[in-house]
Design a protein. Structure first.
Lengths: 342, 342
C-alpha cells in the first residue's frame, strides 16, 4: 500500500490547548505523524510519496469560501493585533445570539470555531493545505486504480465542518477526499469513521446528501467531546435521510462491543453500495490513549483492517486522531496490514 | 444613598481567563469591589449595609432551574473529575450541533457557557448568590421608598442569560432585580445598561416581554465582545417589540457621541413610562480601561448620573464592569454623586 505524506505537517506545532482548566502542551503534536511514518517504513508497507498540489478548488467543494479565506489570513490578522503567539478564540455564541461575522479577529475566531483547543499558528495554513493535498493525492491514486492508499494526514480533519474548525481539525480531509471521489466519477461514496471521537464535521457536511453515506463509531456524546452531536437518532435529513449512522459507545467499551457496532456499520455501508470508501482512521480507541476511554488492544486494529477489506472497495485511509504517541504507529499500521493480509 | 455590599464577593477569585491566546490573571478581581466600597466611604455617600437572604425563588424568576442547579453543583462535579483547580469549559456548540445536556461536567460547562474567561471556583456559588442578594436587597429598599440605592454587586451579571454564563457573569443581578420590581408591584420596569459591553444576557431574558424595557450603550459587536449580539436592529419580539434599544458605538467613542446616544436612550426610557429603573453600572467606558476602547473621563460619570436622575424614577444602581481598578471607585461613585446632586 502506498503512503502519501508531507513534511509540512510539522508546521502545525501549537504550543497549548485548553483542557482541565489549564493550557497544556497540545496532544495533537508533530511527533504523532513521524511515528506513524516510521512504522510504515519499518513494516515495509510500501512506498512513501509526497503530495501533489490541488489548489483551492477541492477545498471549496466542501468548505464555504469565507471559511477558507478566514483560515488563510487568520494568523496575519491575529499577529497584527496580538503579536506572535498562538491564536485561540475566547468566546462563542450563546443561545439566541446571531451568527453575524464580526470585523475583528477575536470575533471571527469565535464565529468559525467551537473549542479552545485548536491553536492557529504561523504555519497552520501551510500545514492544513498540505494535509488536504495528502488526502487528495491519495484519492487520485485510488481513483486511478490502486486498491487502497494511506493518506497520512496531519493535522486531522473530521471535526471540521463546512465553516467551522475545532478538535485539532481545520480542513476536513476525509470529506474533501470523499467529494473528490464523487467529482472523479464515483456515483456513491461511503465514509467510515473509526476515530474515538464523533466525526461531527463530516456528518455536518454530508447530512442532507444521499450520495455520501457516513457512519461513525465513537465515545457517547453524553460523556465525550464534542458532546453536542453523534447520537443514534441522527440519521440524515432530506435526500440524506438514512445516510447517516452513529454508534455512540460508552466509556470502557472493549473489543466485543466495538466489533458488534463495527460489523453493523460495515453491513450498512455494504447495503449503501458505494463505489469508493474513505476511512477516517483514528486510533485513539486504544486502551492507553491519554484522552480517551475505550479499551481496544493493538491486535484489534488488525481485525478492523480485515473487516474493512471484506467490503472489497477502492479504499482511502485518512489519518485522524490517536494520542498514545508511542503506540500510534503500531496501531494505525495494524489496520493497514490487517487490510492487506485479508 | 445607601450602598448594599457583601464581603462574600471575595469568594469569587478566579486564577485566570483566556485572552490573547493565553491564560492571564482575571481582570475581574476582588480588588475592584473593595476599591468601589472604599470610595463610597471616602465621599460619604451614605450607609453601607449587608444583604438580606432571598433564597432561590427570585433567581428562578429569570433563570432556568437546570441552570441554577448546574451552578450550584458545578464546582463539586468539576473537582471530583479534575481536581482543585478553576473550572473552564473547553468546547461549545458548532452550527448545527444539538443543545442536549451531556452527563459530564466538561460537556455541561460547554452547554451552559459562552466563553473561556469565566472560571467556576470553590467559592463561586456563595459569591454569586451573595451578589444576587445584594441586588435584591437594594431592590427591596427602593420598593419600600428609597429614591435610589447602590447595589455593589460582584461578580457582575449582565452577560448571564436565562441559562448561560460568561463574561465574568453567572446570575444576572440587574435582571433579577428588575423582575423583583415587577413582582413587588411595578407595572413596568426599565433597565439601562451603561457598561462598555453589550448586556446580552439582560436582552435575552426580556427580549419578548412588553413589561421590561432594555437599553444598552456599548462597544459595537463588529469590534467588541461578546460580538454576536447588540446590533441596532434588535428591537424586541412579540409582546416585547419596541422594548429593546441598542446603541452600538465604535472604538474611540468619546463623551460627545456617547452623550448623544445616552440622551436618546434616556428619552426612550422616559417614553416607556416605567415605574422603576435599574442601571447596569459599568465604568469600563473609561479612557484608561485595559480591555475597552471608549474615551470617557472621570467627570463624564457625574454627567451620566445627572441625566439618570432627571428621569425622576425610583432607581437601583447595580454594579457591573470596569477594569481600570485604581479609578473604578472614582468613576462609579461619580455616577452616584452626580445623581444625588441633580
Amino acid at each position: 500500500m502506498i503512503t502519501i505524506f508531507s513534511e509540512d505537517h510539522r508546521l502545525q506545532d501549537g504550543k497549548a490547548e485548553l483542557i482541565d482548566g489549564k493550557l497544556v502542551p497540545c496532544f495533537e503534536m508533530p511527533k504523532r505523524a513521524e511515528i506513524v511514518r516510521a512504522r510504515v517504513a519499518e513494516v515495509g508497507l510500501g512506498d512513501i510519496e509526497g503530495p501533489l498540489h490541488f489548489g483551492r478548488e477541492p477545498l471549496l467543494r466542501v468548505h464555504k469560501p469565507e471559511f477558507v479565506s478566514f483560515l488563510e489570513t487568520a494568523w496575519d490578522e491575529w499577529k497584527r493585533e496580538h503579536g506572535d503567539y498562538d491564536a485561540l478564540p475566547l468566546n462563542w455564541l450563546a443561545p439566541g445570539m446571531r451568527r453575524k461575522l464580526p470585523e475583528r479577529i477575536d470575533g471571527k475566531m469565535g464565529y468559525f470555531s467551537f473549542d479552545a483547543g485548536t491553536p492557529i499558528t504561523a504555519g497552520t495554513w501551510r500545514a492544513i493545505t498540505a494535509s488536504a493535498n495528502v488526502a487528495l493525492t491519495g484519492q487520485a491514486r485510488v481513483a486511478k486504480g490502486e486498491r487502497a492508499v494511506f493518506a497520512l494526514c496531519r493535522p486531522p480533519g473530521h471535526h471540521a465542518g463546512s465553516d467551522f474548525y475545532g478538535g485539532y481539525c481545520f480542513f476536513n480531509n476525509a470529506a474533501i477526499a470523499a467529494q473528490a471521489f464523487r467529482d472523479s466519477g464515483a456515483k456513491k461514496v461511503a465514509v467510515l469513521d473509526v476515530d474515538y471521537h464523533h466525526g461531527n464535521g463530516t456528518q455536518e457536511i454530508f447530512y442532507s446528501r444521499g450520495d455520501v453515506f457516513f457512519a461513525s463509531l465513537h465515545g457517547h456524546p453524553a460523556q465525550e467531546y464534542p458532546y453536542f452531536l453523534g447520537y443514534e437518532d441522527e440519521t440524515g435529513e432530506g435526500a440524506g435521510e438514512g445516510c447517516n449512522a452513529n454508534y455512540p459507545l460508552r466509556w470502557g467499551t472493549g473489543w466485543d462491543d466495538y466489533e458488534t457496532a463495527l460489523d453493523d456499520a460495515i453491513a450498512k455501508t455494504r447495503r449503501f453500495k458505494p463505489d469508493a470508501l474513505v476511512i477516517s482512521l483514528g486510533v485513539d480507541t486504544f486502551r492507553q490513549d491519554p484522552i480517551s476511554k475505550f479499551k481496544l488492544d493493538s491486535p484489534d486494529y488488525l481485525q478492523i483492517g480485515r473487516k474493512i477489506a471484506a467490503l472489497k472497495l477502492p479504499t482511502l485511509f485518512v489519518m485522524e486522531g490517536g494520542y498514545a504517541v508511542e503506540e500510534i504507529g503500531i496501531n494505525a499500521v495494524n489496520v493497514l496490514t490487517g487490510f492487506e493480509e485479508a
